[in-house]
Design a protein around this ligand. Structure first.
Ligand code: UDP
Length: 397
């Protein structure tokens, strides 16, 4: 299966990955995160683990346990870290610590290489016993955190051997361990991203009542304020005065995101009365549907206000779609303004570019081609795999 990537990246690139992997094949590697499905981290791990195994690596993946109280705490930490604001009661820190300990029976800590993803399980490091290597893989924007939460977390992060961030500007000068920049990636051969037949796309559009004749503007995102779903609706409504379009907003629940339902209800309310707004809450692993929706769209949006990376941006770009993206986090790595899409800072800006792109098919096509090539060179899973393997080789030396 991994050989199939030769068609996309070439033989030399694949050989290089195998050569580096050979050096680390005796090491045991564990990935730990907080959800099996929903969101970008689970998406990457679901694709990356089988490939690592095919490289001959001894790799496993475990998910930490938690109750709703714990995930409320970690979601408020997440918001405080990304948005720089918060109101965190002191007992939240105790609840966080309690659940690190509760997870000791679930998560083995003695793999040679421990990849700990995001803040939720980061405190496990305090139970480190031997001199194995711990890497904190941070997928969120920590460049401007709410200090009390960052200071609490930093005590743990400082004990790691290294940190991986997604975007150079997320780097911190208040931790002394090495920081590597590894942008996330998409899998071009997955059900979500491979080319699918036009008839499949049409079948799925019909199933969800979407008109294949009317231009479609889509955002695929969890129902999270950081993804600005209400801003997406506002942009659509402004644009709709000038161009006849449909809006599709697709989200799915994530077990580690307790805010989703509240945000979903607000979006339902704001969409009432407009038959051209399609609001879908799909189960996880609806990859074929997501593929069809992205493929059928004229324009894809990712109007985030805060974003770690935004896999949905690369997913759409790979399908040759121009993306209107919020000018934040990892989105500007992907959306090069005027070349692969447009960066915006407001619903008004987004509406402007929706109108422009809907009216200019030739521009859509040109940006779409650039977008695909930009992803091919920079954001495919084979590149991320090579970066991971190199990082493991480096820290284990
Ligand atoms: N996703 C999905 N169904 C949904 C919403 C999102 O499969 O209804 C996927 C999306 O295609 C992408 C991932 O979840 O692969 C979201 O990753 P991203 O980095 O964009 O955002 P995150 O949720 O990690 O903040």
């Amino acid at each position: 299966m991994i050989e199939k990537y030769v068609d996309v990246i070439g033989e030399d690139e694949l050989d290089a990955i195998f050569k580096i992997a050979e050096k680390i094949k005796d090491l045991s590697i564990l990935h730990v995160n907080s959800t099996k499905a929903g969101g970008g981290v689970a998406e990457i791990l679901n694709r990356m683990l089988p490939l690592m195994k095919e490289l001959g690596l001894n790799v496993d993946w475990k998910v930490i346990r938690g109750d709703s109280e714990f995930f409320n705490v970690t979601k408020s930490f997440h918001n405080a870290l990304q948005n720089g604001i918060g109101n965190i009661p002191s007992e939240y820190f105790k609840i966080y610590d309690k659940w690190q300990e509760n997870n000791l029976s679930e998560i083995p800590l003695d793999y040679d290489i421990m990849f700990i993803h995001d803040p939720q399980p980061a405190g496990l490091i305090k139970f480190k016993k031997n001199n194995n290597k711990w890497i904190w893989r941070c997928h969120i924007d920590i460049s401007n955190p709410y200090p009390p939460v960052w200071d609490f977390l930093r005590k743990y992060i400082s004990q790691y051997d290294s940190v991986i961030i997604s975007v150079p500007s997320f780097g911190r000068d208040d931790i002394e361990i090495p920081q590597f920049v590894i942008p996330p990636s998409i899998d071009p051969l997955s059900v979500k991203n491979r080319k699918i037949a036009e008839t499949t796309i049409l079948r799925i559009l019909y199933k969800f009542g979407i008109n294949p004749e009317k231009p479609l503007v889509t955002q695929v995102s969890r129902f999270d304020y950081a993804k600005d779903p209400l801003g997406v609706l506002q942009a659509y409504k402004l644009a709709k005065r000038h161009v006849d379009i449909q809006l599709l907003y697709v989200g799915s629940p994530a077990t580690d995101d307790p805010e989703g339902e509240k945000v979903y209800n607000e979006v339902v309310k704001a969409s009432e009365g407009d038959k051209d707004i399609h609001l879908l809450m799909l189960p996880p692993y609806s990859d074929l549907e997501i593929n069809a929706f992205q493929s059928a769209s004229s324009v894809v949006m990712q109007k985030s206000i805060k974003e770690g990376f935004g896999l949905t941006v690369s997913e759409a770009m790979w399908k040759r779609k121009p993306v209107i993206g919020g000018n934040t986090g990892g989105i500007p790595l992907q959306v090069i303004n005027g070349v692969t899409g447009f960066l915006v800072n407001s619903p008004q800006g987004a509406a402007h570019y929706i109108i422009y792109l809907i009216r200019n098919k030739e521009v859509r096509n040109r940006l779409g081609l650039n977008a695909r090539e930009h992803v091919r060179r920079n954001f495919l899973i084979t590149r991320e795999l090579r970066d991971y393997v190199m990082t493991i080789a480096y820290v284990s030396n």
